[in-house]
Ligand binder design. Structure first.
Ligand SMILES: [Mg+2]
Length: 386
């Protein structure tokens, strides 16, 4: 299992880490081991970080018990740093902050390391996987208004002309398609539980294969019922928003007063305790309810690579860009394969298996544009040589 670095960014985070450690002490293996993996970028490891086996921790963090739900809320607070928290901002965004600098040493900017990334992909087919919220679009208070810019859409369209490209999102597939509106892409909605190939023939989809994969079909009636119950149960919490993402349900905390987060989390728990076949995960100001099946964004990445004909191939170079906890499953999969790179979108030091970082969607667009430009130049150069 991949060891993870935890960067404790401020006093609050330290308290949260202690609370988490106490609440789930059996599930966390705290060590001071250095971090190294086959996909790690140059720079080496920095000793002294606290490492935890986060996967084991997340698996154990179930929905039973108020102590655990409080730990979940604490963890969500720690992983959702806000620009409104001046202490966090000061400590995590200053280029002179040693913790920030150490984190950047482990996860350098993908823009700064562009040439090295291209060098590592030499002779291989780059395949691009993109999360949506917080990666292609900014995080906004109303999740129904998380629109991507026309410039980003144009960039992703150009990208898909150069490389096989997939959107992998926690959102319902239809909803994320309505945001992106590019028929030449692969889409994996509901955290990869709803996968569909391009509907438009493209360079990488000449046969227009009708790929459709939904590994959690049997859960649809249960998810619809749980969605209705959660809407009813959380209606008393101002700002709470429940989103039906077909194979999963998201309860958004973005517009809820932080003092009410525990109350809202307990409302979610009171519904879910009747559904042992469902599990609860946490993201950026969101709790997500999913079927308890072994399927996540990492499995979706594998499935899409197989669908593209790259199963067990050594000449494929996946690049996955995402900003949230659920994207870690894909980052981890790339580390396990020892191929390609994960790129975390974050302005703040975070526990991650990604190799590189980008600060915000604007930087993601710059990186994608550079990929397109590099591809166009390399194709022109090859033609000129022929
Ligand atoms: Mg996201």
């Amino acid at each position: 299992m991949t060891q993870q670095n935890v960067v404790v960014s401020d006093a609050n985070s330290r308290i949260n880490l202690q609370a988490l450690t106490a609440a789930v002490s059996n599930s966390i293996n705290v060590a001071t081991a250095a971090h190294k993996s086959p996909a790690a970028p140059p720079g080496g490891a920095v000793a002294g970080f606290i490492s935890i086996y986060r996967n084991k921790f997340l698996k154990t963090l179930d929905i039973n018990g108020a102590a655990k739900i409080n730990s979940l809320v604490d963890s969500m607070r720690a992983s959702s740093p806000s620009r409104h928290h001046s202490s966090t901002t000061t400590l995590t965004t200053s280029p002179n902050d040693p913790q920030h600098n150490s984190w950047i040493l482990h996860h350098p900017s993908a823009l700064d390391m562009f040439e090295q990334i291209i060098e590592a992909s030499r002779g291989k087919q780059i395949v691009v996987f993109l999360d949506y919220d917080g990666t292609l679009s900014p995080i906004v208070d109303d999740p129904d208004r998380a629109f991507m810019s026309d410039a980003m859409r144009k960039t992703v369209r150009n990208l898909a002309r150069c490389f096989p490209t997939a959107i992998v999102s926690g959102r319902c597939r239809d909803k994320v398609y309505n945001f992106v509106r590019l028929a030449e892409l692969y889409y994996a909605g509901s955290h990869g539980m709803d996968i569909k190939g391009p509907t438009k023939i493209s360079k990488y989809n000449k046969e227009s294969k009708a790929i459709l994969f939904q590994p959690a079909c049997e859960f649809l009636p249960m998810m619809a019922k749980v969605y209705r119950l959660l809407v009813e149960k959380t209606s008393s919490t101002p700002g709470a928003k429940v989103e039906n993402n077909k194979f999963c349900v998201s309860v958004h905390f973005r517009c809820v007063d932080e003092k009410k987060w525990s109350e809202l989390a307990n409302q979610v728990r009171s519904v879910l305790k009747e559904y042992p076949k469902l599990r609860l995960t946490q993201g950026r100001k969101v709790l997500e309810i999913r079927p308890r099946i072994k399927w996540d964004k990492g499995e979706a990445l594998e499935f899409l690579l197989q669908s593209l004909g790259f199963a067990n191939c050594t000449d494929v170079f996946p690049v996955y860009i995402g900003d949230d906890r659920s994207d870690e499953d894909a980052f981890k999969k790339l580390r396990e394969r020892g191929k390609g790179y994960g790129i975390l979108v974050s302005k703040f030091p975070k526990d991650t298996s990604a190799s590189y970082s980008l600060q915000e969607p604007d930087e993601v667009m710059d990186f994608l544009q550079r990929l397109v430009e590099w591809k166009r130049v390399s194709v022109r150069t090859r033609r000129f040589r022929v």
